[in-house]
Design a binder for this molecule. Structure first.
Ligand SMILES: C[S@@+](CC[C@H](N)C(=O)[O-])C[C@H]1O[C@@H](n2cnc3c(N)ncnc32)[C@H](O)[C@@H]1O
Length: 262
């Protein structure tokens, strides 16, 4: 992607409460599924945090936690810090500008790794494989990921996603990936459509006109809006076939002396 397009993308998404589908109630549900004690002084990383929708919810739900909020786009982290200050949780959150594929974390640093709508940037399998070592034994990963919600679907839709993100799969396949890489699944649910429509797409659409004005109705700005409108239309036409699955899985650590089957 060119720097100009990245700058436009940032400007389009930065004013919005979230940069992907999700919701506070769903963040809370996923947190409950981890089984972690919300009153404990947990160490948490929110990877691909954007402007901090989930970070803010986690800080509220985990008042003793220290949260490292990671994104590779510094402007998003600036907004995140402003939101944290306004919400009175800035002392719980450390923003970190870093790539999710080169995280400067220590082994076993975290009780909880969180990633809403972001792990696809390095691929789900690559992400769960590479991030595992940052979890303490028994620590928990929560990641939302594009998922087929039915076993069959229109061939054109399959072809579209095969080209755009070939790791889209059913929940059973995603859970197998987690198991293959040393996690034990604790829970799975699908984000309701309101998390796409009301929480993500409506605020995004509401900002299209202002965005076009800020950029003098340039061809590049119009093309970006058209891209997003296509994405929204694709979702509206096919929301029964795909959605975001939320995966909650614990890092397993085997005793060194065990003889394992298979
Ligand atoms: C779809 S947005 C989701 C943001 C946020 N979690 C939310 O739900 O509102 C994906 C986020 O991942 C970030 N991102 C993309 N590639 C990244 C990378 N390689 N390393 C770190 N962050 C990345 C983007 O800047 C963006 O903020």
């Amino acid at each position: 992607m060119t720097q100009d397009k990245l700058d436009l993308l940032i400007d389009l998404h930065q004013p919005n409460p979230r940069q992907g589908p999700g919701g506070d109630a769903q963040t809370e549900l996923a947190l409950r599924l981890t089984g972690l004690d919300p009153a404990a002084p947990l160490t948490v990383a929110d990877i691909g945090c954007g402007t901090g929708a989930a970070t803010l919810a986690l800080a509220r739900l985990l008042p003793q936690a220290q949260i490292t909020a990671v994104d590779f786009l510094p402007p998003f982290l600036t907004t995140l810090q402003q939101r944290n200050k306004a919400a009175g949780v800035a002392d719980q959150v450390t923003p970190l500008a870093a790539s999710m594929s080169e995280l400067p974390f220590a082994d076993a640093q975290f009780d909880l790794l969180w990633s809403e709508g972001a792990i696809y940037n390095m691929g789900f399998e690559n992400g769960v494989k590479n991030w595992r070592r940052f979890l303490k034994p028994g620590g928990v990963l929560v990641a939302s990921e594009l998922t087929w919600t039915t076993n069959t679907r229109p061939v054109e839709l399959q072809a579209f996603w095969d080209a755009a993100y070939s790791e889209v799969a059913t929940a059973a396949d995603k859970i197998r990936v987690l198991e293959r890489h040393g996690y034990s699944p604790l829970g799975y649910f699908v984000l309701p459509e309101t998390c796409w429509r009301d929480a993500y797409y409506r605020p995004l659409q509401a900002g299209f006109n202002d965005f076009l004005c800020r950029h003098g109705n340039s061809e590049a700005a119009r093309a970006l809006v058209a891209e997003h409108e296509q994405e929204i239309a694709l979702y509206e036409a096919n929301s029964m076939y795909f959605g975001y699955g939320v995966y909650v899985a614990r890092r397993i650590t085997f005793p060194q002396t065990s003889h394992l089957f298979p």
